[in-house]
Design a protein around this ligand. Sequence first.
Ligand code: LLP
Length: 419
Amino acid sequence: MDHFTTKGGVMHAEDVPLPRIAAAVGTPVYVYSRATLERHARVFQEALAEVPDKLVAFAVKSNPNLAVLKVLGRQGMGADVVSVGEMRRALAAGIAPEMIVFSGVGKTAAELVAALEAGIGQFNIESEEEGVELAEIAAARGMTAQCTLRINPDVDAGTHDKISTGKADNKFGVPIGEAGQIFGTLSRLPGINLRGVAVHIGSQLADLAPLEAAFGKLGALVGALRGAGHTITHVDLGGGLGVPYRVGEVLPEPAAYGAMVARVTKDWGVKLIFEPGRVIAGNAGVLLTRVVRVKRGIKDPFVIVDAAMNDLARPALYGAYHHFEAVEPTGARMTANIVGPICETGDTFAMGRECDLLEAGDLAVFRTAGAYGATMASSYNSRGFVAEVLVDGDKFAVVADRIEAGAIMDAERVPEWLD
Ligand code: LLP
């Protein structure tokens, strides 16, 4: 459930009519709903009520906006970060360092040092090599890094190939067959306290079965590691729960996920860490755009909007579906190709899509754009970076300025020897 609803014929974010935001901030613009973010955070936490000891760490990569992090931090969420940039955002939003977990295959030495010095709660080590490096860095400073070892469970998550992370040939984690040996090697090193294991098999999962399979393998590994004399106190179950993008699409509810987790992990006796991203932020945001013009096509007309693949990359990257609708629908419908202004065919949001009838100047939204939306924007075609707005009841605020193309050009230099 979200708080983007049509009242009096006009789509609102909570109590703010979207045309008011378009008039004040311009388009394209991402619009987030505070009430929806809070609701999703609450629903996810309530779904895990039966898990006695846990940390829910929001996957910052899905929406790193400072105001969004502030809202979620106040809901008791920690942060899952994959770069020092994300870590600094979480800290700036007031999330306590001990509630931050650091994942990612390519943490640099400088990032490991910065995270250690910031006192983050946990490093999810993704390779033996990384573990050795972190141990050296920490030991040299007389510090001990709290760590889990990320396991690649070789489970097919059944999602898009580009967002699948738990198959044997993916770059993430250590192969489950080698986990015992690598855990043994790393646990003997000074500078790190290897206290558990972590897993994340992919994103936008439409089925709980692959998650359950991965968690089952992890449970067996925890037993084997304990059998080998290791103390296991923490298990990180990652993120991955999918959200509906299409009207009427049914995905596993957080409650079903929570029940499965409680059942599978009931005898583990560990603190569980969760890293949800999309399920919290996805349906808490829309991308508000204006129709530039409607152009005749051979078959269907092209509705050319002022948002493009640089603002919302998911359709171009993954062929992803985002529901598209008019802000002030008349009831009339059309079949259209929905495209942006960028000069490549990949800048297509949908082909042959049935949607509200739209004309030049009309406002429309792409829904479910709160996760992996603004954060994946670029300035391709020398377009600026899209603005972001947070709505709270009947008020709204710009929470990320539009960065105009000129400001990006201002950061460039022509060397003297070219003049
Ligand atoms: N934890 C780790 C280690 C991850 O790599 C990810 C996502 C998450 C948590 C959060 O997963 P979520 O709950 O959001 O599914 N750009 C793609 C999604 C990439 C996801 C990468 N990792 C998209 O737009 O679909």
